[in-house]
Design a protein around this ligand. Structure first.
Ligand code: GLU
Length: 457
């Protein structure tokens, strides 16, 4: 059987971390088996679905490179077919018409709860063979004996006694088909071989298997992914993970980092940390996904992003930053811009952090009282340093390093005695790249001007 997987988002919100992981795992499962990955928008809830979310989900998937092999399917376009099949099940006796009122259903429910029973339809109309009148619903006739089981690729055997299952509605009184019914039929029509989705769908799977059985259809494999929890083990919040994936792109995370990070939410391979797309396709198996919940970790995402920021070809990284973020003109004109980005990316977790540090290369620090009070250096020594610096050949970073070492020796100084105040004078910051890098990249004239400015305050 050809491997065909699908991602089936409801376009009622943006793509979040959990959904992106589901899509990625489904995509990889297909690619690993040289199969197909399909996309189905479950857009039957007209009120909550919107084209804005369809666009946003498509864009996020495209950014991550998780593209379907065929144009997306819209569930709402299949409604006629769903309805037709609901009536076929009614005809064949696998479903029945039901005219129970909301009031009656509510009473039954209350009585069951009072008796500590699980609320479900009591089957009043199950065997009455009522003719289907307008306003009736169609209920699925669940088997009442035996069990419904499946071998989940991640969670192992899942089995439920059929007497626990409800005769759920497949066609509502307004003749609209329900979610579980549509999803089962669409998976069948799309020839899905493995359904990969969150473990919140396990009870739906039990219903869908019974629908497929009634239609004499092959039952796909199922793989239910454990939840992604926040770092403190709670539901994901806006602060962690429950944000539009596109927000990560906008906040300067690279797609390679995002992919590697999403993989780590439940999947690992030996103790390898970094995977290329090829390696993922070669090694991914859905059955290797961990059966316990994954935890969101901003540190891990930052680790991957720092790795890929450092890994990019520097001119490609510059182009990417220049095309997607706002770089100050003064910086873009700097002939040493690639070297500067190369230096700053070493310690950056995302692109805005790089951009934030750029100003030290084209803006003099603001020598206000607070900054001046932090700079502790003998003015004569600094004056001397400035004079000698003027003579240094700035074309070669090595020569600058040699000069600093000699200057420290000649004046019998330990590095911090010069390094600390000099870093503040050059950048206004106590944490900044090495002095040699700073001198080289800020350039001789600018460095001399900054020292001069400090001396004249
Ligand atoms: N539309 C469902 C959701 O967004 C997914 C259903 C499925 O994958 O079968 O949670």
């Amino acid at each position: 059987m050809k491997t065909i997987t699908r991602f089936a988002p409801s376009p009622t919100g943006h793509l979040h971390v959990g959904g992106a992981r589901t899509a990625l795992f489904a995509w990889l499962q297909a690619k690993a088996a040289d199969g197909k990955f399909l996309l189905r928008f479950e857009d039957t809830d007209q009120e909550r679905s919107s084209s804005e979310f369809i666009t946003s989900i498509n864009d996020s998937l495209a950014w991550l490179g998780i593209e379907p092999d065929e144009p997306p399917i819209f569930q709402s376009k299949n409604l006629k077919k769903h309805k037709k099949i609901a009536f076929e099940l009614l005809e064949s006796g696998n479903a029945y018409s039901c005219d129970c009122s909301q009031e009656r259903l509510e009473e039954v429910r209350k009585a069951q709860i009072a008796k500590k029973l699980k609320p479900k339809y009591d089957g009043l109309n199950r065997d009455k063979n009522l003719s289907h009148e307008e306003g009736n619903v169609i209920r699925f006739k669940m088997p009442q004996t035996g069990t419904t089981s499946f071998q989940d690729e991640i969670l192992g055997n899942i089995s439920v006694e059929n007497k626990e299952l409800d005769d759920f509605i497949i066609l509502r009184s307004d003749a609209s088909p329900t979610y579980n019914f549509c999803a089962a039929i669409d998976d069948k029509e799309m020839n899905i071989s493995t359904v990969i989705r969150g473990d919140d769908h396990i009870t739906n799977t039990l219903k869908q298997i019974n629908i497929l059985n009634a239609l004499d259809s092959t039952i796909p494999n199922y793989a239910h992914l454990p939840m992604v929890l926040s770092s403190d083990g709670k539901r994901l919040s806006k602060r962690e993970g429950a944000v539009d994936i596109d927000e990560y792109r906008k906040s300067g995370y690279l797609k390679e980092a995002m992919i590697n990070y999403l993989m780590k939410l439940g999947w690992s391979y030996n103790s390898k940390e970094i995977f290329t797309q090829k390696e993922l396709i070669k090694n991914f198996k859905i059955s290797d996904v961990n059966s316990s919940a994954a935890k969101f970790s901003q540190e891990l995402l930052d680790f991957y992003n720092n790795h890929y920021l450092r890994e990019y070809e520097i001119s490609d990284l510059f182009k990417y930053i220049d095309n997607n973020f706002l770089l100050p003109d003064k910086f873009v004109k700097n002939p040493k811009k690639l070297e500067i980005i190369n230096l700053l990316r070493e310690s950056a977790n995302n692109i805005p952090q790089i951009i934030e540090s750029l100003s030290i290369f084209y803006l003099e620090p603001n020598f206000n009282k607070e900054l001046i009070s932090q700079i502790k250096i003998d003015p004569d020594l600094l004056l001397n340093f400035k004079k000698e610096l003027n003579e240094v050949n700035f074309n070669d970073k090595l020569l600058i390093g040699v000069f600093i070492d000699n200057f420290l020796d000649e004046n019998n100084l330990k590095f911090p005695a010069l390094g600390k105040p000099l870093r503040l004078i050059l950048t206004g910051k106590s944490k900044a790249p090495s002095i040699t890098d700073l001198l080289f990249l800020i350039g001789k004239d600018n460095c001399l001007a900054r020292i001069e400015k400090f001396l004249s305050t």
